[in-house]
Design a protein around this ligand. Structure first.
Ligand code: SF4
Length: 276
């Protein structure tokens, strides 16, 4: 992890930092253009054939790829509680409540999440899917790394870089997600390692993933928001499985309005840290 001061730390206010970041990003776009999506492909979130028996497909996928038996061991650590939570989630029509591109888990509204962000006893896991890293990412796309180097012209144009540079240092765990098992292990790991804190999450992912694995998040009873990715998303099992092994030729994106909503949540967290 890059330990240099973050861009936002060098500015007096959130507004000033964001204006300066955006001016820099615009000039970098001219000087060092990177590959971007020229047009949104408008794909269905999940292909109809793939949508059939999706919960079963999710369970099968998790079990078959649980290499170190992480999930099965965690499930049997609290078998009654987990069975109850999982069954309750399965019985609902959907494992989340949808608010635009925000998928709310174990919560009724974004306002509820904002209250959690303000609390000092919460620990935020913020995760970014590798599918929206730039193709030119200096850390590589299918990796758990993000150097978010301020001097690097790609990082200076990257939405993930902007988020990381605006995050507060304390009570936040940034994760650069490569697989569902990876983010699952990070969230469960945080819950287990910090029993004195309430773990909450904000993660980006394709809608299909948010739908497939939402029940498993609800099993752990962690509150959070899944942010829907647009662009060249995975909407079939074949594409999803390939992406889990690093084969992702397309570019997913967080839509502009949704970027603003995410940054608004980070700003709130940052303010709560400064007021602590
Ligand atoms: S900020 Fe973006 S481009 Fe830079 S290392 Fe992180 S993901 Fe890659």
């Amino acid at each position: 992890m890059n330990t240099k001061p973050r861009f936002w730390d060098k500015h007096e206010s959130w507004e000033e930092a964001e204006i300066q970041w955006d001016i820099r990003a615009d000039s970098l776009k001219e000087l060092h253009p990177i590959k971007t999506l020229k047009k949104l492909p408008n794909l269905p979130a999940i292909r109809p054939k793939t949508a059939k028996n999706l919960k079963w497909k999710a369970l099968k996928y998790l079990a078959e790829h649980d290499k170190d038996k992480f999930f099965i061991n965690y499930f049997f650590k609290y078998p009654f509680r987990h069975t109850y939570n999982l069954t309750s989630s399965y019985l609902k029509d959907k494992p989340f409540k949808k608010d635009g591109d925000f998928f709310l888990y174990e919560m009724e509204s974004e306002a509820e999440f904002k209250q959690l962000l303000k609390r000092q006893d919460t620990l935020l896991v913020i995760g970014f899917s590798y599918c929206h890293k730039p193709f030119e990412c200096p850390s590589g796309r299918f990796t758990k790394e993000c150097i978010h180097d301020e001097e690097n012209p790609v990082c200076g144009q990257c939405f993930i870089g902007k988020c990381v540079h605006s995050l507060p240092e304390e009570r936040v765990i940034p994760v650069f997600i490569i697989t569902v098992h990876h983010i699952g292990e990070e969230i469960v790991g945080a819950v287990e390692a910090h029993p004195d804190k309430e773990v909450i999450f904000l993660i980006t992912a394709c809608e299909m993933t948010l739908q497939m694995f939402g029940d498993w998040g609800n099993m752990v009873k962690v509150k959070g928001i899944g942010v829907r990715l647009d662009g060249q998303i995975c909407n079939t099992m074949k594409a999803f499985v390939a992406s889990e092994f690093g084969v992702k030729p397309g570019m997913a994106v967080v839509l502009d309005e949704t970027q603003k909503r995410m940054l608004n949540l980070i700003e709130l967290r940052r303010e709560s840290e400064q007021g602590a």
